[in-house]
Design a protein around this ligand. Structure first.
Ligand code: BLG
Length: 492
């Protein structure tokens, strides 16, 4: 009896002495991590600044991990605060520190060693660990082919663990690790033959194959591991449980699939041959026209990378390109459009780029106001390819179908109907190869995405098109070989 009546009084006294926070959360019970996040209104996340995690693009912050945590923060109804760690060790050691990040989202793989400091969520992406070599060298096919080669991997990564394990079976194997580089730098070093081999995750290869024409996958060292998020180790699983619920819903809703396709789907869209070709053309052809794209873009207030993406789709940046229908030049202007845009010589790349820029800017300005702002550019591109009249027909058919004529996702499903008599017979402008603009826009979006991050100085010291990579701090793991100079400036 006593205890029953006295308990609330004791509790009240205790809670008076305790902080307001504790009082708010019931008798003597400190808030859980999840409650603290909700109270503070902020989800504090640590990640890495890299193309496969978090970087800046034309719209601001982006990246696979960034997008995923952004959705998570939104679901929690809190603000997102992002920190970046210089290396993987720093990332783990900052987890759970006072006022520090509560969640690490950086393409992480669980390992027994890491489990001493962190807890891992359910997986969100299956990847494999791949050996990358230069296409001019013989393809390594098995572990013993690594012997005698300069091998460099990311310090603190799962790949370092793999190499450590491998060295037990093959003591002659030499490798080095560095915490001063990102996977993208390692791939570049193979591409430029600074090192013979590296190990990176398959998702990073998928993302970067379009920038490095010479990299190839030798073999898969560890066929299957899974990426997950990490939280601080301890008994408080409130955040972890919430994360797992979120990841499950992201799988169900298709969000994870969409992000995977957007960031790692380049090779699936372009095919391997297309990806190698794009990477080659990026290095060999684009530099010849970059200034012309930038100048025309400035003049017509459009993004130069969009113009460059259009130019790649139209002609693979070849000024003499000619289509079966007699459309010509780097930006593939019809004779009529060229004339209207004041282009005298369609085969002159500068003139062609100027004409294309003027035309796309004109189309953007002619689109009805009702079209969603984020979609305007895709509509304008479709008009560039199929003409405004046919696009207008497709929008009318879209509306007649009960779909939204101002939304690109809806209109693109209807455009192919312009090639079918039952549909085009009902339109004003009649037959058109309506599938072509859909394909055209899809490809340009892909090239635009690629060009956008390629031209960002998103990793300090790295600019894939025109910069150099500074790779300091390579730590040799063996006295015999140091695969890369500790402070080399890679030539371009
Ligand atoms: C476009 C014109 C539009 C024109 C449409 O054709 O060309 N765009 C340019 O010249 C930049 O102006 O619209 S219209 O003026 O309202 O009629 C429709 O006629 C060009 C397209 C055609 C396409 N490439 C730019 O995307 C092309 O060459 N298709 C043929 C492909 S193939 O060789 O037959 O496979």
């Amino acid at each position: 009896m006593h205890s029953l009546t006295l308990a609330p009084i004791r509790c009240l006294l205790l809670s008076c002495a305790a902080s307001l926070l504790i009082a708010l959360n019931g008798c003597g019970k400190p808030p859980t991590t999840l409650e603290r996040i909700q109270e503070q209104g902020t989800l504090h996340v640590i990640t890495r600044n890299s193309p496969s995690t978090y970087f800046r693009d034309r719209n601001g912050d982006t990246g696979f991990e960034y997008e995923l945590v952004r959705h998570f923060a939104k679901q929690l109804g809190v603000e997102l605060k992002i920190d970046t760690a210089d290396n993987i060790d720093q990332l783990f050691s900052s987890l759970g520190t006072e006022n520090g990040p509560v969640l690490a989202a950086a393409g992480l793989v669980s390992s027994p060693e890491r489990l001493t400091t962190a807890r891992f969520s359910d997986p969100y992406l299956d990847v494999s660990s791949q050996i990358i070599y230069h296409q001019k060298n013989p393809r390594p096919k098995q572990a013993k082919d690594l012997i005698g080669k300069s091998v460099l991997a990311l310090k603190g990564s799962i790949h370092e663990d793999n190499l450590k394990t491998l060295k037990k079976d093959y003591p002659e194997l030499d490798y080095a690790v560095s915490d001063q580089v990102e996977s993208v730098d390692l791939l570049r070093m193979v591409d430029e033959q600074q090192i013979d081999l590296t190990l990176v995750n398959s998702n990073q290869v998928a993302m970067n194959q379009v920038y490095f024409p010479n990299i190839r996958v030798g073999f898969t060292l560890q066929s299957h591991h899974q990426l997950s998020w990490a939280v601080a180790a301890g008994d408080d699983v409130s955040l972890l449980n919430e994360i797992n619920r979120f990841l499950d819903s992201a799988k169900q809703s298709g969000l994870l699939q969409r992000l995977t396709e957007r960031y790692y789907g380049h090779v699936d869209t372009l095919g391997y041959v297309g990806a190698y070709a794009f990477a080659r053309h990026l290095q060999q052809r684009l530099p010849n026209y970059e200034t012309a794209f930038r100048d025309a873009a400035k003049e017509h207030a459009v993004d130069w990378r969009l113009l460059a993406a259009m130019g790649y789709q139209e002609s693979h940046w070849l000024p003499t390109a000619t289509s079966k229908t007699g459309v010509r030049g780097l930006m593939m202007l019809t004779q009529r459009t060229a004339q209207a845009m004041g282009v005298k010589d369609r085969l002159n790349p500068k003139q062609s780029i100027q004409g294309g820029a003027r035309y796309i800017a004109l189309l953007i300005s002619q689109l009805p106001e009702s079209i969603y702002p984020a979609d305007r550019i895709w509509f304008a591109l479709a008009a560039y390819n199929v003409g405004m009249g046919h696009l207008d027909d497709a929008r009318k058919l879209t509306a007649a179908e009960g779909l939204n004529p101002n939304k690109w996702l809806d209109v693109k499903t209807i455009l192919p109907r312009l090639a079918q008599k039952q549909w085009y017979s009902k339109t004003r402008y009649g037959y058109a190869r309506g599938g072509e603009p859909v394909h055209f826009v899809n490809n340009i979006r892909r090239y635009y995405d690629i060009l956008t991050w390629v031209t960002q100085p998103q990793i300090e010291g790295t600019n894939i098109i025109s910069g150099t990579t500074h790779v300091p701090g390579v730590e040799p793991q063996d006295n015999n070989t140091a695969p890369a100079d500790p402070a080399v400036i890679l030539p371009k």
